[in-house]
Design a protein around this ligand. Structure first.
Ligand code: SF4
Length: 668
């Protein structure tokens, strides 16, 4: 008997229109857990580096986390993994909502798509019955519209649907996969779904999931629920509101946007507006949100309400959560009403709410600086807000300049030339980042930005405070009930962290401490992504209900795998290293590991090099960021080093290390 997981994956060959239910190997679950971990193993085994994003041999894997569908609160994440058209590396993007538990109840842990359908299709999974069906009538339809049509056609109001919009169909590199209550947006995974000509996957499942030790498991679940309730009533004092409570940042419930609007950058991630948040703006934005928001909503099996349904005059209702509330407003330099209105259309098109506004603002910056001209943008309206609608339309249809812009700022700048690359200034590994421009280097964030392979800083950070508390007595109070730390040394790091003087940034926390902190934060995110736990109840928060001390109990009682903290750390290191190995095999090296060029004004090149060296060493990677043979052997990943040797990756890295500056390889 398999516990927590179903033990079966659905393999769908779109070229041959062949569907097979395949039993998975329980030893893989012990080694790589599930979700991201087993997705990474499948990509390593089956997608060699010669396969590009739009090859029929690329896989698009929808993996439910190991604990999804069990009674554990907030375990509802679908982890979508593939090769990204934008970064050319492994993409793994998560979505909450209801889809992953429904897939488990239908009897599957993963849906693995390979090949390409000649015509637009959708997949209908109804327990044991699985069909590839014609979707020609859905071509060009919006993502939510598609879900509604399919539920009606199938007469299945309870079915869960993932779908793409026009952006995915036209292979826009930052196309998302939408799910009504959530979306998987990073890495252009929607473009891969569009390339495979799959418009949607509809799931209805009515089965059960077994857990190994139900009594112990429910005790753990109840403890988590009680803690969530307690934390809601007792926010953490002294930290910014989004970290004081739990959940994805409660953007749809709050009105005070002073922190975001004055600290994040506007336009093409350039301009800080330090006195933006006035009483007048607050009143106007309050009225806008109150009249647009119909209700606050949750994901499957979660008492929190991080999202909201929005209804704007004359437009269909749609769902929004988190910082996408502000991204369109701030890129456009407009108001909240405009941001919420254009976001409705962008969501129907299926676009990443972080990248899309930046790409449009980038285009207008090029236009204002004469790099793009009226000849490149025939028909560009005069009105600022209309310009954004026009650009959105050009991008999702890949019309005119929209064809270049649809590839993201990095590739668009290369194609446009004439100095445009200077304006694509907010990328890491060729992907747009949060529009943040700050003063002094923060070594913790430096390492997370450089070495993160998830391409989204909010999905790396969380467990350690972002900044020191000014007074030691506050710090002492903070560490008192900080039981989530893996070791008490983290409390000491924080206690001794001062705003000014010897123990302040950038030289405190010291290099080994910074590495230790980043390693802890990253580990927690990777655990979430294998188990399917929402980071809003776990790794994104300072004192979350899920942590390194109770996760092993959940895995033991839930999946029946004998687990302790050391084994869990080892398993997490194993698939985290496998993600890196996939990317190393695809050409990622130290030169790619850097923050956006102008993220911090004040930089410390020597310290930065020391940080990278030390972190690489801690992780068992060489100076090029390549996992060493010894560290791979320790993790039972000898098959990776064998592959690296065969491909000459170690030999090439030795010769690169002996040269001063390796030439840039864009893997074009
Ligand atoms: S905390 Fe928020 S985002 Fe996370 S599962 Fe609950 S409702 Fe969804």
């Amino acid at each position: 008997m398999r516990y927590a997981e179903t033990g079966f994956n659905l393999e769908v060959d779109l070229t041959r229109k062949n569907i097979v239910r395949v039993q998975s190997d329980p030893r893989d679950t012990e080694l790589y857990l599930g979700g991201l971990g087993t997705n990474a193993k499948i990509l390593w085994d089956r997608v060699p580096p010669e396969v590009d994003a739009f090859s029929p041999d690329n896989l698009l894997i929808f993996g439910a986390g190991l604990l999804c569908g069990t009674p554990a609160t907030g375990c509802n994440r679908t982890i979508v993994s593939t090769i990204s058209p934008q970064t050319k590396l492994m993409a793994f993007s998560m979505m909450g909502g209801f889809w992953a538990p429904e897939l488990k109840y239908a009897g599957y842990d993963k849906v693995i798509l390979r090949g390409k359908s000649p015509d637009l299709v959708y997949l209908w999974i109804h327990n044991d019955k699985v069909e590839i069906r014609d979707a020609s009538h859905l071509a060009g339809k919006g993502s939510n519209e598609t879900a509604q049509i399919l539920r009606k056609e199938l007469n299945q109001p309870k079915a869960q649907v993932v779908s793409i919009g026009l952006a995915g169909e036209n292979r826009v590199y930052y196309a998302s996969i939408e799910q009504g209550r959530s979306s998987a947006s990073r890495g252009g995974i929607g473009a891969v779904m569009g390339d495979k000509k799959v418009k949607a996957i509809v799931v209805r499942g009515t089965g059960d999931i077994n857990v190994a030790k139900p009594v112990e498991y429910l005790e753990q679940c109840n403890e988590v629920l009680e803690y969530i309730k307690w934390r809601e009533d007792n926010p953490i004092p002294g930290v910014i509101p989004i970290f004081a409570v739990l959940g994805s940042p409660q953007e749809m419930a709050i009105h005070d946007e002073k922190w975001h609007t004055e600290n994040f950058s506007w336009g093409n991630a350039r301009l800080r507006r330090k006195d933006f948040w006035t009483e007048e703006v607050e009143k106007e934005w309050y009225d806008t949100l109150e009249s647009a928001r119909t209700r606050l909503i949750s994901c499957y099996n979660c008492p929190l309400k991080c999202g909201a349904t929005l209804s704007l005059p004359g437009l269909p209702t749609y769902m929004m959560k988190c910082f996408s509330k502000l991204t369109y407003t701030m890129a456009t330099m407009s108001n909240l009403e405009f941001g919420l209105t254009i976001a409705q259309r962008a969501t129907e098109h299926g676009l990443d709410g972080y990248s899309t506004p930046q790409v449009m603002a980038f285009a207008l910056e090029l236009y204002e600086n004469g790099i793009l001209t009226d000849d490149d943008m025939p028909g560009l309206p005069a009105d600022n807000e209309e310009k954004f609608y026009w650009l959105l339309d050009q991008i999702v249809n890949r019309q005119g300049i929209g064809d270049a812009l649809a590839n993201g700022t990095y590739w668009a700048a290369k194609e446009i030339g004439k100095g445009a690359e200077e304006y694509a200034h907010n990328n890491i590994k060729k992907h747009e980042q949060l529009p943040l421009k700050l003063g002094m280097l923060n070594p913790i964030y430096y390492l997370m930005y450089c070495t993160g392979e998830k391409i989204n800083i909010t999905q790396i950070e969380g467990q350690f405070p972002q900044a020191p508390f000014p007074k030691r007595e506050h710090r002492e109070k903070f560490v008192k009930d900080w039981f989530q730390v893996p070791d008490d040394r983290f409390k000491q790091y924080f206690l001794d962290w001062e705003l000014r003087g010897e123990n302040s940034m950038p030289f405190y926390p010291t290099v080994p401490m910074v590495c230790d902190i980043v390693d802890w934060m990253e580990r927690m995110h990777y655990i979430d992504d294998a188990l399917g736990v929402c980071t809003g109840l776990s790794s994104f928060h300072l004192k979350p209900p899920y942590h390194i001390h109770n996760f092993p109990k959940f895995i033991s009682a839930g999946a029946g795998i004998d687990m302790d903290e050391a084994k869990l750390t080892q398993a997490t290191n194993r698939y985290r290293t496998l993600v890196r190995a996939i990317n190393i095999r695809r050409g990622m090296r130290r030169k790619d590991e850097r923050p956006p060029e102008d993220h911090w004004k004040k930089r410390f090149p020597e310290l930065e090099a020391e940080l990278l060296d030390a972190y690489y060493e801690l992780k068992g990677w060489n100076k090029e960021g390549i996992p060493t043979q010894a560290s791979l052997a320790e993790l039972g990943l000898d098959y990776v080093s064998k592959d690296f040797i065969q491909r000459g990756i170690y030999a090439d890295s030795e010769s690169a290390l002996s040269k001063e500056a390796p030439a840039e390889n864009d893997q074009e």
